[in-house]
Every structure is written in C-alpha cells, then in structure tokens.
Ligand binder design. Structure first.
Ligand code: MG
Length: 364
C-alpha cells in the first residue's frame, strides 16, 4: 500500500491524482492540502476519513509541519508557482519521495533540491509530462550516449495568431488552451511559452545537462511529449494522449508499471508536425535561456517576474505582450548572485516580486 500526500489536491494535478487513487488498488491517501478551496477539501475529507487535512491559506509553516508530521511514502506536489519550493524540501527532508509537478522547485533551487534528495536517499520523480517522458526515455541509458533532449510545446492559445496581433489579445483568449486542460497560470504560461522556458531550466536541473543541449519544438498535436537524440543520431520519442494521468501514474508506480488500457493512443490517420518556435513571437523562451546563462539567481528572477506579470495580466492591469517586456527588464537589471541556500533563493524571489510590482505600477 503506497501512502500518498497530495499538495494542491483541488487543483488540476490533485484531481487527476485522486482519480487514479479512486480507480486503482494499492494506494492510500495519507494527507490532503488545499490553498483556499475549503468546500472541495472538506468534501474530500469525508471521502478519505483517514487522511490528514489542511487548508493552508497563507500559513506556510503549518503546511510544512503537516508534510513533516504525516506518515507517507510519496508526496505529490501540485502547488502552483514558487510557493511549491519549501513543501518539496519538507517532503524530501522528512524521508518521502517527491512526485514533482511543481516545476518551480527545480527552477528556483534545482542543485540544492537535488542535494537534499541525495542526502536523504529519496527520489525526485518528474510529473511534468515532458520531463516524465524524458525520465522514461533516459532510464537505464548511459548519459554519455545522449546528445540532446527535445521538449515539445503545443504553442499555446495563440499558436496560429501573427505576432503583431498579440498585444491586443484578452485574458479570456489566453486561457483557451488548444490541447491541455490546466490551471490559469500555466495556461497563460503556455500562451507566452514561459512554461517551456521554465521547463528548459527544469530539464537542465533534473537531468544535469547544459541548456544548449535542450531543444524545443512546437508540436501542435501534443502526442509526442519529448524526444532524446543519441550520439548515433537516432531519435527516441515518447507518445501518448495528452492526459496528465500517465505521468502521475508513472511517478506513483516507478519503477513498476501498471497496465492502463483506457488511455490508448492510436496513430493511424494522425499527422505529427514539428516546427521551430519563433523567438520574436515567443520571447519568454530566449529569456529563459538568458536567465540560465546569467546563472545563480537568474532563473529565480525570471520566475518571480513572470509570476507577478502573469497575475497582473489576469487581473487586467497589463497587456499580454507586457509580460515578456517586464521579465526582460527585470533580467537585464538584475545582478545575479549565488543561490546556494534556500534563504538566498527566497530573498531574491521576494525582492524581485517587489521590484516587478513597481515596474508594473509605472506601466499602468
Ligand atoms: Mg509540461
């Protein structure tokens, strides 16, 4: 029986995880946390009466305490944004494996979190679909034989819109993702491709490769989730329906695999296409590479500025194209410092949020 804590249990990842637990044997819900969705959380409390429940609100201390105190084998981290970092650390430090859907954990503090996992003898199992695919493709392979990783991207809500029309798009239009059903922040990040920028950084940290060896291709059909190129120039791809249940299940069962007939992808009659992303249309992608090149706290700045800018866009304070302008300004002004401790990471995150809000106030 695998005991599972789900952080962000009322969000998209949390709900998919619960669907798996309800329909398959061998799992026990040990703990459930939600940020503000009290009604949904209490309903789940009635359904899983043995689980520890926490409505965390903004009380991070309580959340970390709950993760540490609850007996479990694995923590599914489905929290959105930088708020997911310390819960990831608490999970690993209290001897639990980490099924990681919160990409910010690796973006903000990848090297540090990897060290914490190693020190505690615990595993980080990627739940991001691209990274789950890469994890499966790389398993058991000699790293020396891998030339590059290729992440695919859907291109988001404005894939077919000319770049010069982007400044006029609305929040409602940006929230219409063509292939995946996800939370609002990540859907906007898909439209700007900041999501892919974060994923390039995440892949560098998960698989210990420099960003030059991580490529991105737009693949509108979202059947190929990632590819690897080996040094003999063979390409290996992972294909499946765009459904988060597969990467979640892979993380929960690893190193085992369970038969799952219901999400079978048939390829007959399907066309698969790939194009290079246009850096002028998707500036958040080259900006992520710039953040990695800056090193140190560069990725922390990229993420914090983006989170604040996306929040302002959702609230109607700025235009869609302002998101990249704001992140670019913050990156060009930042002096990256080292980030060897969680304190340094969190301090940079906080400062950058304040500065980004000031930039936005000037703009609007
Ligand atoms: Mg992804």
């Amino acid at each position: 029986m695998k005991r599972i804590i789900i952080l962000g249990c009322t969000g998209s990842i949390g709900r998919s995880t619960l669907d798996i637990i309800r329909s398959e044997p061998g799992y026990k819900v040990a703990g459930l946390t939600a940020h503000t969705s009290s009604k949904a959380l209490y309903a789940l409390g009635r359904e899983f009466p043995d689980a520890a429940l926490l409505l965390s609100g903004d009380d991070e201390k309580l959340l970390l305490e709950m993760i540490r105190q609850t007996d479990a084998d694995i923590v599914v981290n489905g929290i959105t944004g930088a708020a997911g970092l310390l819960p990831s650390v608490a999970a690993l430090e209290s001897g639990k494996d980490l099924a990681l859907a919160n990409k910010e954990t690796m973006v903000l503090a990848g090297p540090l979190v990897n060290r914490i996992a190693t020190l505690n003898g615990k595993r980080i199992l990627p739940v991001d679909s691209e990274h789950s695919a890469l994890f499966m493709l790389l398993a058991g392979r000699d790293p020396e034989t891998v030339e590059e990783l290729i992440l695919t991207a859907s291109g988001g809500a404005f894939r077919d819109l000319p770049a010069d029309r982007l400044s006029l798009v609305t929040k409602e239009e940006a929230l219409k993702h063509p292939n995946w059903s996800m939370g609002p922040k990540i859907t906007i990040d898909s439209a700007t491709m900041a999501n892919k920028g974060l994923e390039v950084i995440e892949a560098c940290r998960l698989f210990d490769l420099p960003q030059e060896r991580i490529k991105v291709l737009i693949h509108p059909q979202s059947y190929v989730h990632s590819l690897i190129r080996t040094t003999d120039q063979a390409l290996y791809a992972q294909l499946s329906l765009p459904d988060m249940k597969l990467p979640i299940r892979n993380a929960l069962t690893w190193p085992d695999m369970r038969p799952e007939p219901s999400c079978r992808l048939e390829l007959a009659g399907k066309a698969l296409t790939f194009t290079e992303p246009d850096p002028l249309k998707y500036p958040m992608l080259p900006l992520a590479r710039k953040a990695m090149a800056l090193g140190g706290t560069g990725p922390v700045v990229y993420n914090a500025a983006n989170e604040v800018a996306v929040d302002s866009f959702i609230k109607g304070h700025i235009r869609f194209t302002d998101i990249a302008r704001i992140v670019s300004e913050r990156l060009y002004k930042c002096r990256p410092s080292s980030c060897d401790t969680l304190e340094e990471v969190l301090a940079t995150d906080g400062t950058c949020r304040t500065e980004t809000l000031e930039t936005i106030r000037r703009l609007s």
